[in-house]
Design a protein around this ligand. Structure first.
Ligand SMILES: C[S@@+](CC[C@H](N)C(=O)[O-])C[C@H]1O[C@@H](n2cnc3c(N)ncnc32)[C@H](O)[C@@H]1O
Length: 327
C-alpha cells in the first residue's frame, strides 16, 4: 500500500528510513530498476548488517544500506526523487523534505496530534507541501533525534489504567489532577451512532483527533480494572480518551445495540466521563461523534440492487505545510 502511494518510476533515486530486514528496500530497488538507486537507513547497526546480507543474497546491487539516524536523511546521496519512512514520525523531519528533488514525493506515517497515525503522501505546491492522500498505518516511532517523547500517566496509582500522552496534549493532562480520576462517579452518554462488526474506527478516530480541543490519547486497561467494573473500554484492553484542563477525562465505550433492519449485528458507541466536568466533556465528545456520523453518511447509491449496509464515506482530510519562498 505504501509502495503504491510512493509511485516509484524506473531510474529514480530513492531514500528509505527504517531498513530493518532490507525487504522493502529490495522491492524499491526492483521497482526503480538497474538505472535507479536506493539508500536505506537504520539506526541499529546489526539490522543494517543483516539487511546488507539479505540484499546480497538476493543479488540486489543497487541498494546502499547505511547505519545512521534517519531523522537527518542522507545528504551524501541526496537529492532523491522519492523518500519513504517505514518508521513512524510524530513530526516530519525537515531533512526529508529538503533532500527531495523539486518534483519529489514523500510518503511517511505521521502521528497526527499525537494519536491518529496515517501514511500521508506529500508533494510540493507553490506554497509549500500538500498531501495527496492518506491511509491508516501504524509504525514503531523514530528513535533518536526524531523521538516523539511520549509519556505514560498512571491514572489509578496501581498501573491498572494508563494514558499515553505527548507534548501536543500536555497542557490538559496534568498528572496531579488526573491521578485518581476514576474515584469520581462515572457519567455515561450514548450517541445513537452504530458500527457493524469489523467496521474500522479509523475515520472516527481521525475526526476526533482533529476536532476535539484536546486530542485523543490511548488509554490502556489491565484485566483487573475491567473485571472490577472500574473501566469499560471500547476494545478489550484499550480505549481512546480525551481530557480537560480541570482534570476531567472522557473515553469511548461500546455496547450491543438492536439489530439493524436487515437483522445484522451492530454496536452503539458511547462516552464515559469522570472528574469535575465529566458530563460536559462526555457530551462534547458525543456531539463530535454525532457530527462525524452525519458527515460520513453513505453516498447515495445508483445501484438497482439493495445493498445490505452501504459503507460510510471516508472523512475528507488534507494536510499542508507552508514553506518560505526559496532565496
Ligand atoms: C518497521 S521497521 C522497517 C521495516 C523495513 N522497511 C523492512 O523492509 O524490513 C522500522 C525500523 O525503523 C528503525 N528505526 C527506528 N528509528 C530510526 C531512526 N531514527 N533512523 C533510522 N531507522 C530507525 C528501527 O530500527 C526498525 O528497524
Amino acid at each position: 500500500m505504501m509502495l503504491e502511494q510512493l509511485g516509484i518510476q524506473p531510474g529514480e533515486r530513492l531514500l528509505e528510513l527504517g531498513a530493518a530486514t532490507g525487504y522493502n528496500a529490495a522491492l524499491m530497488a526492483t521497482l526503480t530498476g538497474a538505472d535507479g538507486h536506493v539508500t536505506t537507513i537504520d539506526i541499529d547497526e546489526d539490522l543494517v548488517a543483516g539487511a546488507r546480507e539479505h540484499l546480497a543474497a538476493a543479488s540486489i546491487d543497487n541498494v546502499e544500506a547505511v547505519a545512521a539516524d534517519g531523522a537527518l536523511g542522507h545528504p551524501e546521496t541526496a537529492p532523491f526523487d522519492r523518500v519513504i519512512a517505514t518508521v513512524g514520525a510524530h513530526e516530519v523531519p525537515a531533512a526529508w523534505l529538503d533532500q527531495l528533488t523539486p518534483g519529489g514525493r514523500l510518503v511517511a506515517p505521521v502521528r497526527l496530534r499525537g494519536c491518529a497515525s496515517r501514511s500521508i503522501v506529500f508533494e510540493r505546491d507553490q506554497d509549500g507541501w500538500r498531501s495527496l492522500g492518506s491511509e491508516m498505518a501504524i509504525f514503531m516511532p523514530l528513535r533518536g533525534l526524531g523521538d516523539d517523547a511520549r509519556r505514560v500517566l498512571d491514572l489509578t496509582g496501581t498501573g491498572e489504567v494508563t494514558l499515553q500522552i505527548h507534548k501536543d496534549n500536555n497542557h490538559a493532562t496534568d498528572p496531579d489532577t488526573l491521578t485518581g480520576v476514576f474515584d469520581s462517579p462515572a457519567c455515561e452518554v450514548w450517541t445513537g451512532v452504530h458500527f457493524v462488526p469489523m467496521e474500522s474506527f479509523e475515520w472516527l478516530d481521525l475526526w476526533l483527533a482533529c476536532h476535539l480541543p484536546n486530542p485523543l490519547m490511548r488509554m490502556e486497561v489491565a484485566p483487573a480494572a475491567k473485571e472490577s467494573g472500574l473501566v469499560r473500554p471500547m476494545f478489550p484492553s484499550v480505549a481512546m480518551a480525551t481530557t480537560a484542563a480541570d482534570g476531567s477525562l472522557a473515553y469511548l465505550t461500546i455496547r450491543a445495540a438492536d439489530p439493524d433492519p436487515d437483522g445484522g449485528r451492530r454496536y452503539e458507541v458511547g462516552v464515559i466521563g469522570h472528574g469535575p466536568n465529566a458530563q460536559e466533556l462526555a457530551e462534547q465528545v458525543s456531539v463530535e461523534i454525532s457530527t462525524w456520523d452525519q458527515a460520513s453518511a453513505p453516498a447515495p447509491s445508483d445501484s438497482p440492487f439493495p445493498t445490505p449496509r452501504p459503507s460510510r464515506t471516508p472523512t475528507p482530510a488534507s494536510w499542508s505545510w507552508t514553506a518560505p519562498p526559496s532565496p
